[in-house]
Write a protein that binds this ligand. Structure first.
Ligand SMILES: Cc1cc2nc3c(=O)[nH]c(=O)nc-3n(C[C@H](O)[C@H](O)[C@H](O)COP(=O)(O)O)c2cc1C
Ligand code: SF4
Length: 421
């Protein structure tokens, strides 16, 4: 595999987040090329690149962009920097260490899709990151990369940072749009999709930070160069965040398709305290949990993870070592999802707290025979029945934890206590 870095290759250069250093290293060199290429060519290069959205669902970016090209004006770009999925902390690295790459990507997106106004919707807790972005945006305005006449091309691109107020569901693209409009952060029913009716009821592209930060490379080097780094149907690199019981937690930029076991044992230094691996949540807390034998030689790309019964999601790898109580871990996750439900849909509003309560009851030794099947039954009614996928995101961990570790749930019920305590 080509061990190329696209997003993090220069981040150790002192003051790389400052525009003078970024320019000295060749930054902001793609604007004229993108304009020369024009919309059709840029989108066709994106399709060749096999860039798939890094926010979780892996939707092909070139296809998403093509949906907006025949829509009305004005159009908007909103960059999703909500980064709320537990186990996920990759966009933060781009925003703190490489903010101008993101801004360059935003400018290229706006010029290609004839968008004059763009927003970065950033999670409220990222106070420092928001400030770094504000400072970088001010530098880009000062140098003429943003404003009413981008680099004397006659094109207008404006960029604003909007801070969220701490709701996980506002990372869902239509809740994000509602929140940005000043409304309650609740998802909208789709269709219509944002590319048709989005921000202020206008056509809107919502892309993740990492997705947009890949655009300058594709413009500069062509779609094929990006596709060549990854594997089939999955181009480029992936920022993999590794956390949990691991010796070297952190964010690693690796080619798409890099094997998950190698990430854990070689790149991230193996399991903490020389313990054995018990389980891995491969793509952020909503993705189904895998056992050690399922991650052997498992390529970290969308298709391979789906084939293995999980998801690449946000590539937030959560490593779980032996001795961890899976019921307690699931209880922690379900408390999170129950807290974050926006309450619009009955299966989510009622179902997720119900699952949480049953799992907590089992963990505390009060579980009854039949509780495990009841959880599975409730999850069946949550999955795919709601306005947004939050209910499904809460169902997947419960279903997969029970499938993989049912004996632990049963032991809790039979022994009337947590066997790990
Ligand atoms: C509950 C929920 C939370 C989400 N949180 C995020 C998030 O924090 N960041 C993100 O980029 N996408 C998040 N998404 C996915 C977005 O809805 C959307 O698919 C994504 O921003 C599209 O960008 P992409 O095509 O570049 O991946 C979330 C989805 C759901 C259902
Ligand atoms: S699934 Fe949950 S979070 Fe999503 S819209 Fe329905 S109630 Fe809100």
């Amino acid at each position: 595999m080509k061990m190329v870095k696209i997003l993090t290759d220069k981040i150790d250069i002192p003051n790389y987040h400052k525009i003078d250093v970024y320019l000295k290293e060749g930054g902001y060199s793609t604007i004229e090329k993108a304009l020369d290429m024009g919309q059709e060519k840029v989108i066709s290069e994106l399709k060749v690149s096999n860039l798939r959205g890094r926010g979780g669902a892996g939707f092909p970016t070139g296809m998403k962009w093509s949906f907006i090209t025949n829509q009305a004006f004005p159009r908007y770009l909103t960059v999703n920097a909500d980064e709320g999925e537990p186990g996920t902390f990759k966009d933060r690295l781009i925003m703190t260490k490489n903010p101008h790459l993101l801004i360059e990507g935003i400018i290229l997106t706006c010029l290609t899709l004839e968008i004059e106004t763009s927003y970065i919707y950033i999670r409220g807790e990222f106070v420092k990151e928001a400030q770094i972005l504000e400072d970088a945006i001010a530098e880009a305005y000062e140098k003429g990369f943003l404003g009413d006449n981008v680099k004397e091309t006659g094109k207008k691109v404006h960029l604003f940072v909007h801070r969220g107020a701490g709701a996980y569901v506002c990372g869902e693209e239509t809740a994000l749009i509602n929140s940005l409009e000043g409304k309650k952060g609740q998802p909208r029913l789709k269709p219509p999709f944002p590319a048709v009716v989005g921000l202020f009821n206008k056509p809107t592209i919502v892309n993740n930070v990492e997705t947009i930060a890949n655009i300058p490379f594709i413009i500069k080097n062509g779609g094929q160069a990006f596709a060549d780094i990854g594997v089939e149907r999955n181009g480029g690199t992936r920022l993999v965040g590794v956390s949990g019981h691991i010796n070297k937690p952190g964010v690693y930029e690796l080619p798409m398709g890099y094997p998950l076991d190698k990430i854990i044992y070689e790149i991230a230094g193996g399991i903490l305290n020389d313990k054995k691996l018990k389980a891995v949540i491969p793509g952020g807390s909503s993705t189904p949990v895998l056992k050690p034998d399922e991650i052997r030689d498992l390529p970290m790309d969308y298709d391979s993870l789906a084939k293995a019964g999980s998801q690449l999601g946000s590539a937030g790898v959560i490593v779980i070592s032996e001795g961890t109580c899976m019921v307690k871990l699931l209880a922690t996750l379900e408390k999170f999802y129950a807290h974050e439900s926006c309450g619009q849909c009955t299966p989510c509003r009622e179902g997720v707290p119900w699952v949480r309560d049953l799992v907590v009851r089992i963990e505390n030794g009060g579980g009854k025979p039949g509780d495990i099947d009841k959880i599975l039954d409730i999850c069946d009614n949550m999955e795919g029945t709601t306005i947004c996928p939050l209910a499904t995101a809460a169902a997947w961990p419960a279903q997969s934890f029970i499938k993989q570790f049912r004996h632990e749930f049963e032991a809790h019920i039979n022994q009337h206590k947590c066997p790990f305590n």
